[in-house]
Design a protein around this ligand. Sequence first.
Ligand code: SF4
Length: 309
Amino acid sequence: MTAAPPAPVRAIPRPPAPSGPLAQLHRDIRRCTACPLAATRRHACPGEGPERAAVMVVGEAPGYDEDRAGRPFVGRAGQLLTELMEGAGLSRSRVYIANTVRCLPPKTGGSAEPPQEAVEACRMFLEREIALVRPAVLVALGRAALRALVSPKLAISDAHGRAYTRDGRWVYPMYHPSYLLRNGNDPALRRAFEDDMAGLGRLLRVHAATLRPRWSLEAIAWLYRSAPTPHTPNAHSRATTWHVLERFALPQVDGATITWDIRGVHEMFRTPSAIQELLRRYVGRPVRLDLTNSSLRRGVRATILAGTT
Ligand code: SF4
């Protein structure tokens, strides 16, 4: 029996063209010849989406369809990404989508991972695009984006679905959707993708709810693993408030020292950079996290630094 042919790729609507500095950046990317990929590409692919977006997705590099269209994530992986985002209530039209490298890399030994030389040469475009779009959350799709945005030491299999920070912005790694495609849309892997997408929603809510020092009940509800969500009918009742505050320890400030029992905090926030950012938000000042005698499983201690945010 022959395998059924893959479903045709659905056209992804083109968002409005950018203006001003973002339009200039896109022209610079289309004309760029800074690395050897310029010689073999058909079209360079700048990012696309709203000029200001709360979420910016950063993938690895254009594929065959993207190279022909000059647009990111318009092939099968892009279609799957769009489907997964929309399944989690996040419309593609509200997300800015870009890649670590903007030109199609040649296939080496079956892999199309961009060469390090191209990643380094293209980094300037990614940094300029982040500075212009100013997202609250950068979603790092796959290994190349994770390395470029967080650390070359992290593995995507460990980091996916967890929150990190970079220059005061959240970074949220996820598997690249092409990984799911290569694995035949495996149901267990798809569930992991869907869980990570749900985690992105939680991260956006925690971001919004912790922007001001002294968190609201809503912030606590989203930050802790099993607190009632603010949408439960009695979430704002006095009884629920006491229940949440008794059950989940908030950071304790004593002079310049802040300690926090984080046993109830959702696993996705238990990275040093996420905990440090949350503590900075809680006290409204920069903090230095000291993990020497602490544990990201139990409690942490930090020093509140002088100055304001
Ligand atoms: S991959 Fe980036 S740096 Fe290299 S030619 Fe394309 S746009 Fe320029």
